[in-house]
Design a protein around this ligand. Structure first.
Ligand SMILES: Cc1cc2nc3c(=O)[nH]c(=O)nc-3n(C[C@H](O)[C@H](O)[C@H](O)COP(=O)(O)OP(=O)(O)OC[C@H]3O[C@@H](n4cnc5c(N)ncnc54)[C@H](O)[C@@H]3O)c2cc1C
Length: 260
């Protein structure tokens, strides 16, 4: 079975800076980590490999430095990794990101299963998984909390919904997004970390994938960020003095006249 895990590099801090001209995140020189939800996606792929046999491809779109993050993924059990990186891919919204990842998937070739995290810790939209599946024309299910069994051409899973759990059967090839209930990700061993340092990461730029220039990066983005700002939290506090009765009376007055 061939599994592709989509792995996003995200800032390992809340202290991110925005480019004042383009209103995009400045990703260079920010400590970076594997998107926490994607560690569950990697772990699940590794568990499938251990149980059924599989070859796992890690796929990411990001800045050149994201290749180090893909090495971390290899140390966790991913077999091969591809980084889509090119100036032309920069500034992508979720539409352009999923289109570009789809081109990476096409370059990797036939697959049985794509696993994404539920959402990214920075963008947080949870759109990329479903959008990627739609672009590739394969079935998808979000919020997978357990893979019960994989058969030749289908997969039996549990899915979290607003009301509880659903038991579902998905025809393969398919894409799933996973939630953190699905497993407990393992830590890499010293040996696997050493091997991952030597692993080759395939780097693919715009000219290496059969992409339409009008559908990648800022140019291919259907949305544009007009402005970004940090919300200002105004806290008006008052101190109420007096006896307990006076305090209760005063507090009641304040609450009844408060403008909400
Ligand atoms: C309106 C808007 C405008 C934006 N403009 C910009 C911009 O100008 N510049 C900019 O840098 N960013 C921009 N972004 C952020 C950018 O869209 C996201 O970084 C990216 O599209 C992924 O979306 P997300 O973070 O919401 O991922 P989600 O959809 O929450 O991620 C779900 C899963 O998809 C997979 N995934 C997501 N992104 C990747 C990736 N890059 N590689 C591999 N797997 C991935 C992972 O498995 C992840 O767990 C914008 C976002 C929005 C909503």
């Amino acid at each position: 079975m061939k599994i592709i895990v989509c792995i996003k590099q995200v800032p390992g801090t809340n202290e991110v800076n925005m480019d004042p001209v383009t209103n995009t995140i400045i990703r260079e020189s920010v400590p970076a980590i594997i998107n926490p939800f994607d560690t569950y996606a990697i772990e699940e792929a590794v568990r499938i490999k251990e149980k059924y046999g599989a070859e796992i491809y890690g796929l990411s779109m990001g800045i050149p430095g994201a290749s180090e993050m893909l090495r971390d993924a290899i140390s966790l059990g991913v077999d091969k990794a591809m980084l889509l990186t090119d100036r032309k891919f920069a500034g992508a919204d979720t539409l352009a990101t999923s289109y570009t990842l789809g081109k990476g998937v096409e370059k990797i070739g036939d697959f049985d299963l794509i696993i994404c995290g539920k959402q990214a810790s920075d963008g947080d939209t949870a759109q990329v998984g479903p959008s990627l599946a739609r672009g590739l024309g394969v079935a998808y299910e979000t919020g997978i909390s357990k893979i019960v069994q994989i058969k030749k051409d289908s997969m039996h899973c549990m899915k979290i919904t607003d009301d509880g759990y659903e038991e579902i059967e998905i025809m393969l090839p398919a894409l799933i997004t996973v939630v953190k209930e699905i497993n407990v990700p393992r830590l890499p061993s010293i040996k696997s970390m050493k091997l991952a340092r030597k692993a080759e990461i395939e780097i693919a730029g715009f000219n290496d994938v059969n992409a339409d220039e009008n559908r990648v990066g800022l140019r291919g983005s259907a949305t544009q960020v007009r402005s970004t700002f940090v919300p200002v939290h105004k806290v008006n506090s008052i101190t109420i003095e007096g006896t307990t009765e006076e305090k209760v009376k005063k507090l009641t007055e304040v609450l009844l006249t408060a403008k909400i």
